[in-house]
Design a protein around this ligand. Structure first.
Ligand code: GDP
Length: 214
């Protein structure tokens, strides 16, 4: 037991050290031919518009203005690459499932994401963000299917945990675990976070450090 606690502390510390290093915007990619060389491990972040993706990226890196927290959902239409300490790229995928997005916009999103997901062996894990109050919705299921077909490793990361009363959390997690059971590319462990309170951020950093260094 003591050994396990020690190991967990070491994991958390490795995550803290990695994410305490410099993280800066590298480039925005709107077309496949603009994608950077596949020389670094990458961690992707995807989710519905307004899921709290920018807030989570800012909380992870401890940099308030890194990703823009937007009051207007559905405006980012490119993949944003951030260089983490020269060791990895964090890749912010454009939010999907925005109710007012036109057909052409949705098609462009799909084409760009498909182009990115195929032929990206250095994409070590994609964090699929789910708003804890909303749970998994159809647009999330569509991307999960895409990821399963592409055999792209991904993990569900719950956001806005502070908005859900603690007693309701186990039921939400249980529902998600049954949702992902049998999905081959999905990591079985669901992570719970709040950018507002910082809950779960050290654990997410630890999980990602492991993936980057592994
Ligand atoms: P994005 O569109 O996915 O990048 O989402 P944003 O990061 O712009 O956040 C959307 C809205 O949710 C903003 O009003 C944020 O302040 C709010 N938000 C994001 N994360 C949290 C959180 O952990 N807790 C709470 N209470 N609100 C959050």
């Amino acid at each position: 037991m003591a050994a396990a606690a020690k190991e967990e502390r070491a994991r958390i510390e490795a995550g803290r050290v990695l994410f305490a290093q410099e993280c800066k915007f590298l480039l925005g990619v709107a077309r496949e031919d603009q994608l950077p060389e596949r020389t670094r491990p990458e961690i992707g972040f995807a989710g519905r518009s307004n899921v709290g993706k920018s807030s989570l990226l800012n909380a992870l890196t401890g940099r308030k203005g890194l990703a823009r927290v937007s009051g207007t959902p559905g405006v980012t239409r490119q993949l944003n690459f951030f260089d983490l300490a020269g060791r990895a790229y964090l890749v912010d995928l454009p939010g999907y499932g925005y109710a007012r997005a036109g057909k052409r916009e949705v098609a462009a999103w799909n084409a760009l994401i498909r182009a990115y997901l195929h032929g990206r062996p250095n994409l070590r894990r994609l964090c699929l963000l789910i708003d804890m109050r909303r749970g998994v919705s159809d647009p999330d299921r569509a991307i999960m299917k895409l990821l399963d077909v592409a055999a792209q490793s991904y993990q569900l990361v719950l956001t806005k945990a502070d908005k859900v009363p603690p007693h309701a959390v186990p039921a939400v997690i249980e529902a998600l675990e049954s949702e992902i059971a049998g999905r081959g590319a999905c990591h079985p462990h669901v992570l719970t976070t709040s950018a507002e309170t910082g809950a779960g951020i050290p654990e997410l950093r630890a999980a990602l450090a492991e993936v980057i260094d592994g």
